[in-house]
Design a protein around this ligand. Structure first.
Ligand SMILES: Cc1ncc(COP(=O)(O)O)c(C=O)c1O
Length: 490
């Protein structure tokens, strides 16, 4: 296939004059126009998460790894964390960062028009712009849930961060652009031999991985639990050309297998165990701050399964606070499906002892996880922000999603879990009517249309579908239609 840059050169050569070709290589254009980069001032590396959690000085940590290493665990087998050189970032004051981020929003200048890469210095400062694999992800809208807040919850300041309104329909794009960019860099620079990138998935991670890999021409392999993800999720990696393995197990089983496989084969692991993903996902938190003109909301409610995302939001809020852009953290709520609630159970016991559970089937299928990889990360995040964990039953999550749909949204079941958690916390008086509250919507409702169809047809066993709005069958006849309309209007 002819690349954009080739066609651009042909155009210049054949006409003998400098013209702007129809197809412009925006990477090349960005390189030409770029001011001398400040990127080399900043750097980041992998540190053991235990060290980060201990609150000790990063400089005292004896163990660290370059981001170019293919490594997922510390020497003691714990999680890793991407740590930035905060002293270097502090060379610039908060007003500098705010102005820089604000100025980049939504442009096409490569790669800073992306909601993730507009914050490149805080994410992956060392990567060359031309190695970045981006689809201008992020910059998702913050929906003012005015009617839902007022009519259903008595709230005046309720917002929904629409992280699912994005390229592959879920927040996973935010982390995947970072991970696949780093793999692209490693492969292009010949730093390590990596034949493919692989993940276990409850549907959304595989969709994002396959799209970003397809965009960069990198092979991808996805392990999916057979019959436990929606058709729309399944078809995404198929369409993007991944090797799709549909395995007769659950997500936790797929996760175990992919870890064994990536230990044996030169396949890079793309699950959120890999802390590069967290770096991209944390930009959704920074974006919320930016969208509120750097005012910190009172509450942020996040549906959680493997629990990487709740930590990612914490990291974003914390970095903004540590660099002086804000003066506090919001209180976060992690919302779990009651059928897959190991964090909720630990929270109720004061985090005394965490026990994995066997996750039961839930319509919020992407969070049907009983043994979350990021449990330690999530507990640190929630303890530091005085956070709360709440759970929602199947009926509660489906009703909450459907009721909010009636006010103009189109929610996925995971967003339903977060909305149901909000209802409960309002009823308990934990969240007050005037608290500025953000519900994080993690995926697009269209990925879960079958669940909605079944709900509105009142065909879900054990669920009353109290907000069902089934289509009315009418004869091809004016009188019949008029009868229906009269009844409806009255
Ligand atoms: C739509 C959706 N919501 C929420 C989550 C939960 O995120 P995490 O697993 O990081 O807790 C996922 C993860 O797969 C997801 O796909």
């Amino acid at each position: 296939m002819m690349s954009f840059s080739t066609s651009s050169k042909v155009c210049r050569a054949s006409r003998g004059v400098q013209v702007r070709a129809n197809s412009v290589d925006i990477r090349e254009e960005a390189r030409r126009r770029a001011p001398p980069s400040k990127s080399e001032l900043f750097n980041a590396k992998f540190l053991p998460f235990e060290h980060v959690a201990s609150g000790q000085d990063m400089a005292l940590c004896q163990e660290s790894y370059s981001l170019d290493e293919v490594i997922y665990r510390s020497a003691s087998g714990g999680l890793l964390d991407v740590q930035h050189d905060m002293d270097a970032l502090k060379i610039y004051g908060p007003e500098y960062w705010k102005a820089l981020f604000d100025e980049r929003v939504g442009k096409t200048s490569w790669p800073y028009g992306s909601g993730v890469w507009s914050k490149k210095e805080w994410i992956l400062p060392g990567i060359d712009d031309e190695d970045i694999v981006s689809m201008f992800e992020g910059n998702t809208n913050l929906f003012w849930a005015e009617r839902y807040g007022r009519e259903c919850l008595g709230m005046t300041d309720l917002w929904v961060k629409q992280c699912g309104n994005t390229h592959t329909g879920s927040f996973k794009d935010l982390g995947m652009t970072v991970l696949v960019s780093q793999v692209n860099r490693i492969r292009k620079k010949g730093l390590k031999s990596l034949s493919a990138v692989g993940c276990a998935s409850t549907g959304d991670t595989s969709a994002a991985l396959s799209a970003y890999c397809a965009s960069a021409g990198i092979p991808s392999i996805v392990f999916l639990p057979a019959d436990k993800i929606s058709l729309a999720q399944l078809v995404q990696p198929i369409a993007n050309g991944s090797l799709v393995l549909s395995i007769d197990t659950d997500f936790d089983g797929c996760m175990k297998l992919i870890r064994e496989v990536t230990a044996e084969f030169p396949i890079y692991l793309a699950n959120s165990l890999n802390s590069l993903r967290i770096e991209g996902q944390k930009t959704a938190a920074i974006e919320i701050l930016q969208q509120f003109d750097w005012q910190v909301p009172d509450w942020v409610i996040i549906p959680g399964g493997n629990l990487g995302n709740v930590y990612a939001f914490y990291k974003g809020f914390k970095q903004a606070k540590d660099l002086g852009l804000t003066d506090k953290l919001p209180r976060m709520v992690c919302a779990q499906a009651a059928n897959a609630n190991p964090l909720y159970k630990a929270y109720v016991n004061g985090y005394e002892n965490f026990e994995p559970v066997k996750a039961q089937s839930t319509f919020a299928s992407a969070i049907q996880i009983g043994d979350p990889v990021s449990i330690d990360r999530a507990i640190l995040a929630l303890q530091d922000c005085d956070g709360v964990v709440e759970e929602a039953t199947e009926e509660e999550l489906l009703d909450a999603a459907a009721r909010a749909d009636r006010t103009g949204m189109f929610n996925c079941p995971h967003t339903g879990v977060a909305l149901a958690a909000l209802t409960k916390l309002r009823e308990k008086g934990v969240i007050s009517p005037s608290d500025r509250t953000v519900v994080v919507s993690t995926a697009h409702g269209l990925k879960f249309s079958q669940t909605k169809v079944d709900y509105h047809a009142s065909e879900i066993e054990g669920i009353t579908s109290q907000y069902a709005n089934p289509p009315t069958k009418v004869k091809d006849d004016f009188g019949a239609i008029a009868d229906v309309l009269r009844k409806h209007i009255n």
